[in-house]
Design a protein around this ligand. Structure first.
Ligand SMILES: [Zn+2]
Length: 112
């Protein structure tokens, strides 16, 4: 079989631990209705709050064991995705966003 190798591409990435950590979360953006600057951080624009209807969020995550309240939520090309604290948020070559586990990130990427 012919052999192929992935072309090296440069992506932007930032590690997420809590609301507001993504550089484009913009949690101190003005309120749309009043124009006021918030005194407390708002929900991130990129990594949003993890929430489920009828779900308290106290349950432990099956990936990291932390309660779901400590997690984020991101829209990817394949739909919404949970973000665990410590996951990296990658911005791909076409601007697409997706989370990657810390271990996989370090196996796959290096700083440029
Ligand atoms: Zn988790």
């Amino acid at each position: 079989m012919p052999q192929y190798r992935k072309k090296p591409v440069e992506i932007e990435a930032s590690q997420w631990f809590k609301n507001g950590d993504h550089p484009k979360d913009d949690v101190y953006r003005k309120f749309e209705d009043t124009g006021e600057v918030p005194t407390e951080p708002r929900e991130g624009k990129i990594v949003r709050y993890w929430r489920r209807p009828g779900h308290g969020g106290e349950v432990a995550c099956r990936h990291c064991g932390r309660q779901m309240h400590d997690h984020g939520w991101i829209d990817t090309l394949e739909g919404g995705h949970t973000v665990c604290p410590g996951d990296w948020i990658i911005t791909g070559v076409k601007g697409e966003l997706y989370p990657v586990k810390d271990e996989i990130f370090h196996l796959t990427y290096e700083a440029v």
